[in-house]
Design a protein around this ligand. Structure first.
Ligand code: MSP
Length: 522
């Protein structure tokens, strides 16, 4: 049976159009989904939008729309951007959809019955933009521990979730599953937080209108209509509600145990503490892993709409190309860490790696094949049975690539691919095909053919590996190399990416520039 893989992105607030930070998480998920598909797994890839709560309500007031109209309008911006970037999600969930609201209500009702959700009075320091309560110690100097903005004293009647009851169980889970939170530095942060003691948390709000109403309290003590479900409990549930009903649902059985939540470091605690304890209370299994990545920064500040330094992915797609962006984001930055975004570095990276190294190399090799060997198909099986430098480079890169892709080391995985490409460039220089072509010795003619097709093979393998990362360009490259079939069929990343596993006969096409050189117009 095929292995199953379930990858999720956070669901994005519809307060604004997507920016480069949202693109980063979504492309990461798409690369992982693509990789796992290409190694033959069955993949479910979920993304969507977080549409309730105070932030959306406030934004709609500002724009003079209803919150629903705001959500309907902004969700299109996300869908258009993801389409532009070739994001192949399996499902897109919106928290205002009936299928989602039903599940949230059902879970809360269930926990009200078990007593895990109860009514009490709450007084605390609240950060409106983050929709989070903080303790006195957390909100040092009256500032939100996350965003640094001032907190307000707020007192309200609220429903609470008995998170404290699951502290021990959560710690045990983390100890038993050391990879549950990745990377390790983030796991340690979460462990530190849990060890300070988990308190019950407020999971309803009376200060907002725009949310899922709390269901009727079975004790009948209170009319709950004025209570809305706290947006984080609403939002987190999307990962399950999108799979459909829990009982007798093959999709849940297949994918839920393999769920991987990809999140930015700012929302790790919600995913690594709130969500698992909520699931424990419901008696449901936990996801397999929560992976936290760093931020893209601008002068060391998080890039975000509210800080006014957001960068529009649609403009970037026009300017540097979709695959240029996809490559840059995952070659330049270490996935778990923050990365400083600058346009100069981006343009430099795309020009040097994609236009010069990869693009030029393909064009050089294909042009020489056409020039020196003609355009009839060439049988390459025998040629590829011999040792050579590019073959060694491919052999070395393959295990590194897979290991890194499976442990979120995108940067190192790409470095491994570029080592193959570099070996081809070196090999061309050392073997000087142009000199061999001038020779009248028939042995040199044979050698010329051999050298060119050995280079060709390393480029074919490199392109197969690049399919999940820069899908459009890698496919185009394979077509030029006359090896399109190498990316179709079952698990091409396993079955077609070894030396000599491509087509037995090659007919290359006249190369066209894969990546135009970019100019820094600024
Ligand atoms: N709606 C919540 C998530 C609920 S998931 C159940 C939310 N939305 S968000 O739109 O504010 O952010 C979504 C994701 O984008 C987060 O993972 C966040 O880390 C990521 N990014 C936002 N800005 C970012 C950068 N500058 N860099 C990298 N990712 C960042 O939080």
């Amino acid at each position: 049976m095929k292995k199953s893989y379930y990858i999720t992105t956070p669901i994005y607030y519809v307060t604004d159009a997507p920016h480069i930070g949202h693109l980063y998480t979504t492309v990461a998920a798409d690369i992982l989904a693509g990789y796992h598909r290409l190694i033959g797994e069955e993949v479910w890839f979920l993304t969507g939008t977080d549409e309730h709560g105070q932030k959306c309500e406030k934004k709609a007031r500002e724009t003079g729309e209803t919150p629903q109209a705001l959500a309907d309008r902004v969700v299109e911006r996300y869908k258009i951007a993801w389409h532009r970037y070739g994001i192949r999600y399996s499902d897109f969930i919106r928290t205002t959809e009936e299928r989602h609201k039903k599940v949230v209500t059902h879970y809360i009702e269930k926990l009200m019955k078990t007593g895990d959700i109860y009514l009490a009075e709450y007084e605390g320091l609240y950060c409106v933009p983050c929709e989070t309560y903080w303790t006195e110690t957390q909100a040092e100097g009256g500032k939100c521990a996350d965003c640094g903005r001032p907190v307000e004293k707020l007192k309200e009647e609220s429903y609470f979730f008995k998170m404290s009851a699951y502290e021990k169980k959560l710690l045990e889970h983390l100890e038993k599953h050391p990879n549950f939170i990745y990377p390790e530095s983030r796991r340690n942060e979460v462990l530190g937080f849990i060890r300070q003691g988990l308190k019950d948390i407020s999971i309803s709000r009376t200060t907002i209108q725009w949310g899922i109403p709390m269901p009727q309290d079975p004790g009948g003590k209170k009319a709950n209509k004025e209570h809305k479900v706290y947006v984080w409990f609403d939002a987190l549930t999307n990962y399950l509600s999108a799979l459909g009903p829990l009982e007798n649902n093959p999709k849940v059985a297949q994918y839920w145990p393999n769920a991987i939540h990809l999140v930015g470091k700012d929302i790790l605690r919600f995913h690594a503490v709130y969500w698992p304890t909520f699931l424990m209370a419901l008696g449901l299994p936990l996801p397999k892993q929560i992976v936290a990545h760093g931020w893209l920064t601008d002068s060391n500040r998080k890039i975000s709409k509210s800080l006014g330094n957001a960068i529009d992915p649609m403009a970037l797609a026009e300017e540097v190309g979709v695959d240029g962006m996809r490559y840059f984001l995952f070659r330049e930055f270490v996935f778990g860490l923050d990365g400083e975004y600058t346009k100069e570095v981006m343009i430099q990276r795309i020009n040097s790696d994609l236009a010069n190294d990869y693009g030029n190399c393909i064009s050089r090799v294909c042009s020489m094949i056409l020039k020196y060997c003609g355009d009839a198909p060439v049988a390459i099986e025998k040629i590829l049975s011999e040792p050579c430098e590019p073959r060694d480079a491919v052999g070395e890169a393959i295990p590194v690539f897979h290991n890194e892709m499976q442990s979120y080391g995108f940067q190192k995985a790409l470095e491994a691919v570029w080592k193959m490409i570099a070996s081809v460039n070196r090999y061309i220089d050392s073997q000087a095909p142009w000199a061999l072509a001038k020779s009248s010795d028939p042995a040199d003619k044979e050698k010329l053919k051999k050298v060119l097709f050995q280079c060709h093979e390393a480029l074919r393998v490199a392109s197969v590996f690049l399919l999940p990362i820069i899908p459009t360009s890698a496919r185009k490259a394979l077509k030029t190399l006359g090896a399109s079939e190498s990316h179709s069929g079952d698990a091409p990343l396993l079955q077609k990416s070894g030396w000599g596993q491509g087509p037995k006969e090659i007919k290359v096409e006249k190369p066209e520039p894969l990546f135009p050189r970019l100019e820094n117009k600024a």
